[in-house]
Design a protein around this ligand. Structure first.
Ligand SMILES: NC(=O)c1ccc[n+]([C@@H]2O[C@H](COP(=O)([O-])OP(=O)(O)OC[C@H]3O[C@@H](n4cnc5c(N)ncnc54)[C@H](O)[C@@H]3O)[C@@H](O)[C@H]2O)c1
Length: 357
């Protein structure tokens, strides 16, 4: 079968990762890259056709499919342009920057009937598929809840390289928690309600450095999530999975799922169960590390994109599903911002109560 022609829009941090993976894939042929910074891109990819305007990539190189890896604010505009030209696309997360933009994109995708895939690449890990099957199966019984941590120390250079990361709209809720929310939706189902508290105490940025969220799932399960980008720990999914050379492997679990008949740690897949049919806190509990495969999730994501574009399988996450992950994440941001406001107003009230004479 002929290779699928593919273009990449945005050759920054994640765009480069896609551009490293595409040449290794037997079923895709790169036909061009669009990036506003053509000088940098032409130097880095001297053999590629480089376009400053993504519309030229779409109309002149005519790819069958594109990867949209531009900043969030232009995701919707570019996705709509692709849909109108009948071009299928993989769009990086978050699907768009706002729910309004997502709804405009969804409408155009529906009209055009193009295939879409959102770049929550973790869905393609073997360990993620394995834990999902276990949580949706019978061996742990009904899932009661989940407790999770995502905590690392981002260096100062990370914020110096992108000041937006220290401003509202940046921050670990929208940058990092969105992946965790997507993972939880994928494994436990839709989130029905959230409550959250955020703090900027340690870095003092306008945006949070630490947050905690309580989640309730439509299934009835409840969960807690502690998130920080200013604390040293081995507990992030990135470190546990060792999914990138940028983050050293910890081989530690950052998730604990508990069910009526047993529990499982993730991503190590250590499962805890008791023998027999009666559950009893006086009875011994045994651990077993379940075997699992390992894949490069970006390569597996391309395999899936190929099959989706060829109409062989439904998309694991189309733009509508991506919008549901965005909505749940924005709900955490909103709840957390209320907690900020409460603190601010408390400070103002105490200042008013002690007037300077
Ligand atoms: N899946 C993941 O794990 C993951 C990881 C990082 C980033 N992302 C997402 O990928 C997207 C890009 O993030 P990044 O960290 O690579 O950003 P980045 O700033 O490193 O790269 C963005 C690139 O897009 C280019 N660009 C800007 N406006 C453009 C336009 N109108 N048309 C074409 N190119 C344009 C910039 O010149 C830059 O090269 C974001 O949506 C981000 O949330 C996903």
């Amino acid at each position: 079968m002929a290779k699928l022609t593919i273009g990449v829009i945005g050759a920054g941090m994640i765009g480069r990762r896609h551009l490293r993976t595409i040449p290794q894939h037997p079923d895709f042929a790169l036909v061009g890259i669009a990036d506003t910074n053509t000088k940098m891109v032409s130097e880095e990819y001297p053999d590629a056709a480089v376009f400053a305007d993504y519309r030229d990539l779409l109309t002149r190189a005519k790819p069958a499919v594109v990867i949209i890896a531009s900043p969030n604010q232009v995701h919707a505009e570019i996705g709509i342009a692709c849909a109108r030209l009948g071009i299928h696309f993989l769009i990086e997360k978050p699907v768009t920057d706002t729910l309004e933009a997502a709804s405009g994109l969804i409408e155009e995708v529906r009209k055009a009937g193009v295939h879409t895939l959102v770049g929550h690449h973790r869905r393609h890990h073997e360990q993620v598929k394995a834990v999902r099957a276990i949580l949706q199966g019978r061996q742990l019984g009904t899932i009661v809840g989940v407790s999770a941590i995502w905590a690392v120390h981002k260096p100062d250079s990370y914020f110096a390289a992108g000041r937006w990361r220290a401003e509202p709209g940046g921050g670990p809720i929208l940058i990092n928690l969105i992946h965790e929310i997507d993972f939880l939706r994928f494994t436990l189902g839709e989130i029905a309600a959230v409550s959250a508290i955020a703090s900027n105490r340690h870095r003092g940025f306008p945006v949070e450095d630490t947050a905690a969220a309580i989640l309730q799932f439509e299934s009835g399960a409840i969960g807690t999530m502690l998130l920080s980008d200013c604390a040293v720990s081995p507990w992030t999914m990135e470190q546990g999975l060792g999914e990138s050379v940028d983050f050293p492997v910890s081989d530690q679990s950052s998730y604990r799922f508990i069910g009526r008949k047993g529990a499982i740690e993730f991503p190590t897949l250590v499962q805890w169960t008791q023998a027999g049919d009666v559950q009893d806190w006086n009875q011994a509990i045994e651990a077993q590390r379940l075997p699992t495969g390992r894949v490069d999730p970006f390569m597996a994501q391309l395999d899936h994109l190929r099959d989706v574009v060829r109409g062989l399988v439904p998309s694991l996450q189309d733009v509508e599903d991506g919008a549901r992950t965005l909505a749940a994440t924005l709900a955490v941001t909103e709840e957390a911002s209320t907690s900020f406001l409460k603190k601010r107003s408390k400070k103002l009230l105490s200042m008013a109560a002690e007037p300077n004479e």
